[in-house]
Design a protein around this ligand. Sequence first.
Ligand code: D41
Length: 675
Amino acid sequence: MTLPAATREKAESLRNQIRHHNYRYHALDNPEIPDVEYDRLMRELQQLEAEHPELVSVDSPTQRVGDAPISAFGTVQHELPMLSLGNAFSAEELQEFHRRVLDRLALDEQAELIYAAEPKLDGAAVSLLYVGGVLVQGATRGDGTTGEDITHNVRTIEAIPLRLLGSGYPDRLEVRGEIFMPKAGFDAYNDKARAAGEKTFVNPRNAAAGSLRQLDPKLTAERPLDMYAYSVGIADEGSLPPRHSQIVDQLQEWGIKVCPERRVVSGVQGCLKYYEKIGERRDQLSYEIDGVVFKVDSLEMQEELGFVSRAPRWAIAHKYPAQEELTTVEDVEFQVGRTGAITPVARLTPVFVGGVTVSNATLHNIDELHRKDVRVGDTVIVRRAGDVIPEVAGVILERRPRQTRQVQLPSICPVCGSHVAREEGETVARCTGGLYCSAQRAEALKHFVSRRALDIEGLGAKLIEQLVGMDRLKTPADIFRLSKGELSELERMGEKSADKLIRSIDASKTTTLARFLFALGIREVGEATAASVAAHYGRLANVLAATEVDLQSVADVGPIVAARLRAFLDEEHNLDVIRRLQDYGVEWPETDPVPVAENAPLSGKKFVITGTLPSLTRDDAKDMIQSAGGKVTGSVSSKTDYLVAGEKAGSKLNKAEKLNISILDEAALRYLLSE
Ligand code: D41
């Protein structure tokens, strides 16, 4: 049977595409397409070759994984090749793998085969060579045979010991593992780059690989990199235990970091359960993973199984849904937030990514949109990792159609027509319409009624938008003029719910000065600042009378916050809203000014709360800390004094541990508060 020319051409085209993407990925650290797309090309070629074995050529990318590196770095020949990993994209494929393993080992279906299970970190695979316990060489995996010498860079990574601990290690020991950039470090790096108008990384994996390929180790040292080891290559003179899991434990004893999530599981059921469990916690892990890896635990069995075309028959990666996908930009619109910030948002051809269908993705700000050169009509990479908002991570210029439309920052607000302005040095453009702008009005009102502000239950986003659209709500004060009669006439609003809403509006009138100040939605005045200002001045009149300089004497109020506060309070229309709110009966207990500074036990201490506490809600804990003078912030940094951690604490706990921050459980918090 002769092969149709079209099939031959198809295979050649796939090979060329794959070679090109191998080069972009391995040699340039700059992949054009997300992994899923690459996997699809590879699978298509594999399938084609399986159907027509006569098509297989020795130089087909299916016969070899990765491409040789080219760079200014020296090269390293791996004495033992660094193998690649096969993939399973479904439970069925994992079951097939398991069946093949049992078959080859001549074990029957019932045999309880032990697997070592570990997350598949999304970083860069490396080899570290220790001679006499001293780190002498670091290399990238490269194509598995030849890698790049990155010794000067790995030596800057604190997680990698320059000398092994303890004793009994082989004289020459090659540790293999994954260098990765934790999510928190990646986000912080990109936020900083974005604010400085610099290039951002598409994902933590590229960030890790890019950081390792810096020619200047000082730059690598500044990147928050970490490493977990997952296997051993060379091990001369000295013996290692007979199971993979034991080898990894042994590495840990010698001071090498290994993944705390690794487990030993039994049979395919154990593997599937592990896959599911890690999958549930994927978003909470402090690093990105794209799957889990299962390895036959017994080295003896591993040897018996051997490998095919550089992938061991005894290991497989079971993949999770991709967090990056390709789609096209149908339009770019500009959204207006509560503070007037104008954010470009891409309207996309809907695409399934990170477990949900995404049809909108943020472009962050106009500078970033231009830096990435995103145009209407472009094919882009959408990324949705965890609970963060989906973003356009990059453009695939190679797929740009002839006709595209470039996008400019509008000069007038798309919602209210006011001028759009951008302050010197700011990346964010804003609508100058203030509360005249219905977008800002709706967002400001949603904030005003939110739980930590006036806490008006039953006045949801939809209802606010409806009332703003009818011009029935212009300022927060208008909420207190709503009547039961007019509410019950609204769509989807019965007499009963109208009645309930009126009651919760009434109940919200008794509040605190701190909540009231926070509810006003003054830029830079978050909950903690509002609480400090309220405690410092005790009465609204005192706040209104404070000068910009005076405001700076409040704990945590610096020149920027003081200026924002004063500017807000100098606007006649804002004062008018405040007066009207008070006229409608919004009130709070006024006190004498209490300088927080001296008498509060936790004054000046910074707390972060994470996870689920046994009996307190996070808001309760926050209130308790704040009333003792402490400050509660959202993210852990070197300035954090305490992390209050409950069940299911994730990346914040890891970060706090890394930074040596005191960690409290609920009992310890209560004790601290009672002192
Ligand atoms: O976490 C990973 N990325 C990971 C990669 C892991 N946990 N285990 C791995 N095990 C292997 C074998 C089975 C070949 C020792 C791997 C990789 N390989 C691997 N990483 C990049 C290519 C192959």
